[in-house]
Ligand binder design. Sequence first.
Ligand code: NDP
Ligand code: OXD
Length: 321
Amino acid sequence: MTNPHNKGKILLSLSDWAPDVWQKRFSEVAADRIVVTPDDNVAPEDIRYALVWKQKPGSLQNLPNLEVVFSLGAGVDHVFHDPYIPDVPLVRIISEDLTMRMTEYVVWQVLDHHRLGSRYRLQNQEKFWLEDRNQPAAHEVHVGILGLGVLGRDAADKLRYLGFKVSGWSRTEHKIDGVECYYGQDGLSDFLKEPDIFVSLLPLTPETRGLLAMPLFKQMKKHGPLGAPVLINAGRGLSQSEEDILSALDQGILSAVTLDVFATEPLPSDNPLWSHPKVTITPHAAASSSPSALVPLIITQMEAYERDGTLKNIVDRAHQY
Ligand code: NDP
Ligand code: OXD
């Protein structure tokens, strides 16, 4: 570890996101910490920490005094796309603010499908009044969550509170009150049998890449209170096959989808998902990383690390999440 009295500089290495809001927040809450970008002319040996979102590959190489990399998102696939990641701890975001945003998104979308939001929006446009007395109650609708991590568990909790039946699937075994838990490849088929609405909050890893595709959709139940099952994906776009989703919608294997994440972001304007009537698209907006909420958390992490070497939320590199 470098001299604890030397706070070192923080390299902010971002693509797609503007650095100035992060720098401004640092200047508000920790003016003594110097935050630089790759465009600044800073000696590589002065960099102690890196804060990254889709850093340019190689941008963390040759920083001899780099001690910790902080992902500015909960997911870390955007870090691993770089083959030159130094062998230092990689810390990810776990924050109440981000969790709450994701839970809001999941609850919003689950309720929208459950309460026939898209049908009524269409009826509004057509000034068409059709009473519907057969809406199922929440307890008659089963939500299955893929990924029972920080985000999946919180969403499960709030959905249960609303009365939905909730089950979940993870890589390793979990026991959660009131949530039927399945795990591993062996548990997947059984997990897929019951839910009416699936919510994916999976990280992108070699194991989850391409998972949300036809072989999985075909194991889902055929009919339920909402018709065929609904899929909501707010995890990562490369976990889904866009082609299979479109085909499953057209064959009635899925009744509707909400997608927040895509293989290519921004989603190109000629992508057929845009114009499909059963697809709701949000622009990777489910749970944004808020500088105002996250910078204080990162500073607290740095202070603890400088005090006694403690770091929380370290990513397991072997599993890539
Ligand atoms: P966690 O690491 O806390 O949870 C990940 C969950 O996925 C765990 O339950 C894990 O299982 C499970 N999982 C991982 N690999 C597999 C596998 N092969 N099979 C089955 N389950 C698996 O992550 P978070 O909950 O914090 O975040 C989840 C993801 O959400 C992020 O990685 C990111 O991609 C996405 N995200 C999207 C945002 C958006 O705005 N759209 C915002 C923030 C995050 P186990 O519990 O056994 O380890
Ligand atoms: C994240 C995201 O991983 O915003 O936090 O996607």
